[in-house]
Each structure stands twice: as structure tokens, then as C-alpha cells.
Design a protein around this ligand. Sequence first.
Ligand code: IVH
Length: 666
Amino acid sequence: MNIQDTINTLRKELNDHNYRYYVLDDPIISDAEYDHLLRELQALEKEHPEYIAADSPTQRVGAQPLEAFGTIEHRIPMMSLANAMSTDEILAFHDQIMRRLDDTRQIEYVVEPKLDGLAVELVYENGQFVNGSTRGDGITGEHITQNLKTIRGIPLSLRTESLPAPKLLEVRGEVFIRKNDFEKLNNQREAAGEPVFANPRNAAAGSLRQLDSSITATRPLSIFCYQAGALEGVRFTSHIEFLSTLKDWGLPVNPEIKKVNNIEEAISTHNELETRRNSLPYEIDGSVIKVNDYALQEELGVRSRSPRWAIAGKFKAQQETTLIKDIVLSVGRTGAVTPVAKLKPVHVGGVIVSNVTLHNQDEINRKDIRIDDTVLIQRAGDVIPQVVKVITEKRPLNSRPFQMTNECPECGHEVHTPEGEVVARCQNLSCPAQVKRRIEHFVSKNAMDIDGMGEKLIDQLVEKKLVHSFDDLYRLTADQLAELDRMAEKSADNVIHAIEKSKQTTFRRFVHALGIRNVGEHGAKVLEKSFNGDMSKFMAANIEGLEAIDEVGPIVADTIVNFWSDENNVTIVNNCFGMGVSLEKTINAGEQIFTDKIFVFTGALESITRNEAKEIVESFGGRAAGSVSSKTDYVVAGPVAGSKLKKAGELGITILSEKEFLDMLK
Ligand code: IVH
């Protein structure tokens, strides 16, 4: 046998073993033997690259990393499914079908396990796998062809022993990770000091969305196909016929899928799946019940987001009881202080739960949750675990009620629950739990706009204790920056320069940058106007004064007063001014995007006055003129615009609505 034949034979042999393993679930060689054959093929192909075929199993190792995924529009939208939460709702689904169809025969259904993974679409042209994509929003998805090629269950070319390959086969399926593969993967990650995945679904999604397919290749991804997309050159009369042909073509189909004769059998199959749920080798969160006959599917048609011929029968949420050992407070990156119950670790729906958020004091009171209580924990799909209720019969005599303290567990500053809200928050500008996020916000484009201050740099500055709060930014030196990772001298200088430049700013930018809860970009503008850009007046404002401002309600007023009642915040802001931050009263401190452009405003303006419009244009470097001429660049026309608009039209000048004009400023 010559080399080319040997290579072809080896390739075919390996593809056959793959088929036996992934589709027939009936391997006849061990993994080690498979690997041995694969290495043999690899070695031969290395010497004779001219004989490498596109569907060689050696082509699954991953390709060059991508910058970004391309997108594709699905030829046929990938719909989602309506849910049935109970047997009654499954029966209602069936009743609706019976009402729509004249036919009174029994309706056959196909019942499939509903896998908890990621929906994908595979496209085969003349039997070759040509591309694959994620579901995305159902209309457009991301091209993840390279990543899908690394999944050994996906044949790179279709088998054609029993049926020739069609011109076009689009097939949808779920990519997922088996429970035991998930455990192995997490063990490996833990050993390597990498963060573990929360559940198989996250692991599958994270692995599929890698820009570097060689990483995807190391992840134990599986797939089951379950639905047709566009087809050309082949026709099926029923779903079950389609599924069985998929198997012949070498595509993995879930062996649990069953055709049943009527809705009662569908319901009992659904119930049986639910009882077997925990013993299946992968996670499922329900069943999918589909009308088998394609002609009937066609007759039933689709709604806007889901077909009428299928439904997802959901399983009951997974529940377990366990013990609350303690309740502690935790501060999130936004300053929200949340009580968290420390549990005796318990398996719920395939993951170990040892912490569960209790959300806030109101929730604790409402459910009367105490330390040493036995509670019912629930986890539904990928929803975060929650306490359903306390098992009061199991409450010990000495159970301890919990009352949140007023102190932030991270920094000791007083936490504040704004009027009418339930979440307590720490507003301390230098609270360590929040510092990174606060600084990120402070330097962002619409706030202080400090160029070159990315997340990585901020992480380092905070971790190396160079920055504890905003004012520290103005103390940084180029030498300090140059010592950080990935900081060349030039970029250190650039950052220092950007910090310096940011000092010339405006009230609205600075106040927005402070990140006072409930005061966003718009709020900062409102405050700028009403305090006339005077920071000290703003810092000294009381509730009544603030509430008197149009657009400032009691919650915002309360948060502001509380913010300035923290001495630390006042000091930080004053330090900033002490180090040169100054607030000019121009409307715009941004780019001169209108340099030398001439604007004419005509008609009634709605959200700004003529004067403000003029100021805006000037602050961005442009000029506002009174009449339209050939030199005019833009005419901004409100309703009832008259002769100026007409003239602009004649001269072919760009005409903008007030909204389009304001949008340019964003
Ligand atoms: S059929 C129009 N079959 O559930 C039919 N979907 O809510 C749409 N899923 O996005 C899909 N197992 O991610 C179908 N056997 C199965 C499924 C299944 C899981 C997922 C899939 C889809 C979602 C629909």
C-alpha cells in the first residue's frame, strides 16, 4: 500500500471509531488505542502534508486565534420554546394543537431531554462541514466554526453509506459538558490554580466562545443534534425520521429521545425523565415535546418567538435542605452590602452550594431566617441558589436572629439605606471593596476622561496600594508608573500627562466622576445648572434645598446629603482641588468636534434654548450664524421652520433635527 492509501485508510478508520463512540455509543477500541492511531496518522501527515484531507481527525486541534468572531444571519431564525411548568400546561399545549387542527387522529409526539448547554447551528454543504454558529439572538449568531471543529462528536464530513449527503444540511443542536467531564475539568483547573467553573453550562459556554480555538480543543465538549434548519436536496416527513437519518450521517443524537403515540405517553415520558434526571450523565432542565409529523408542524406554524408545535416541559426546581451556620455581610463592587448565609455545603442540582445570598434585611425578616436554622435551598437551572423557606419544625431553641449592623464590613464606614430602598450601601469613596470600580468610573470617558488608564493598570495601582481613592491619582509620579508591569517609560509619561490634562474639567464631569449613587451623568448636569457650577454650595446643600431642584427627588437628595456627611468623602474631594483640579464653567471640556463648522438654528427647539444651542456649538469649536448661506454646514430645524429650511434645501445643506444634533454630541 502506498503512503496516500495508508493515510486515507487510517483517517477512515479513526472517523469510524469516532462514529462508533459518539453516535453508536459502542466503541470497540480503548481511548489509548485511538490516541495511538491518531499519532500514527499525525506522523504520516507531517511527512506528507499534501495528503492531509479537510476531514482528517488531525484537523481538530485548533487554528490561529481570532481577533473577534464574525457574525452570520441564520437562514431560518433559531427560535426558542414556550415553557410548560406543569402537567396541566402540557395538556393545554396539546388542547391548543387539537383546536387548530381539523384532524381528530391521535397526535404523535417526540419527547427529547432538554439539555442545559448552548444552542449551535452546523452547516454541511455536499456533506462537508463548512461552518457553524451560535444561536445569538436567534436571527444572527457568531461564527464559531474553528471552535466547533475541535469537538470530536461533530463529523467533519457526513457518512454516506446509507444515504447520500444532501446539497445543504443545516442542523441545530446543543453543545454541553458531561457531569464527569465537568468534574475532571474543574479538578484540573483547581490544581493549576485557575478559577473553577460554576456549572457545566458556564464551562461549555466559556469554552465555545474562546477566540483561541486551541483552548477550546482542550475542553471536553459534547454535542447532541435535535433540530433541522434549512435543507436542500433531501426531504423528511417526520421529525423522528430526520433524527434517525442524522445518526446515519454520523451526527450524535441523544439516545433518550423517544417517539410516543399521544400526549398521555408524552407526559409519562416527561415524568420518567424527571425521575431519572440525576442519574443521567449530563444536566437537563426539562423535556422538549415536539409534534412528530412535519406536515402537521407546517400546518400549526410558528408564533413570533416560538413554534406552536413544540413546548419545553420544565422540571421542578431542585431543592435540598441544609443548615445555616452563620450569616455574614459582604460588600459588592457597587457598595451594596448584602447579608450572605454560610451553609453546611449541600449538593443541589449538580453543584455544591455553600453560600446563599439573603438579599437584604427585609427579606431576612419576611422569611424569618435565623442562624442555626434548617432551610430549604432551591436552584433552578442557572439561577442563583435561594432560600425557599425555613423548616421551622427543625429550629433549635437557641437559634439566633440576625440584624444587619450599620457598619460596612470592609471599611467600617456607616452604611446607608436610602429612603424607600431595601439595599444598604457603603458610600465611602475609599472603601477597598469598591475602589477599583470607583476609579474605573472616575477615569472613564464621560467622567474625568483620563486616557490610558485601563482596567489592568488600575488593578495594579490599587493592589500595590499606590491608589486608595481618587485624590491619590493626582499624587502619582511617572517613576512610580514606570515600575509597574507592562509600563514603558513613554506610556508612563503619557498617563501622567493625561492625569494632568484631566484637572481642567467641569462641574458636571467631576460630579459624575464621583459616582454618587443615583446621580448619573444627567443628574450631574442638572446639579451643575442649579448650583451654577459652584462645588462648595453643592457640598453644603441640605435636603430641602436639593428637593427644591426640578428633577431631584427625595431619594437622590437623601443620597447626596448622606454622601457629603462622610468626612472622608469631603476630604478626598478637597484634596483633588488642592492638587489642581479646577472646574471651568464651559459646557464642554471634550473634543472640538465642530471646529470651523457653521450652524444655523431655525424653528422652535424643544429641549434646549437657542442660546444654549449656540453655547454648545461654540464650546465644541463651531460657530452659530443667523442666516443660511453657501458657507453654512448644518441647519438644525425644529418644528415650524420656515424660509431658512427652504433655502438650506435648495443649497443642499445637511439638515438635522434637534435630536440628531444632540446625538452628535454623544
Ligand atoms: S428545539 C424551535 N430541542 O432549548 C425549536 N431545543 O428554548 C427550538 N434545547 O435554544 C429548539 N434541548 O438551546 C430543542 N432537544 C431540544 C433541546 C433544545 C435543549 C434548548 C436550545 C434552545 C432552547 C429553546
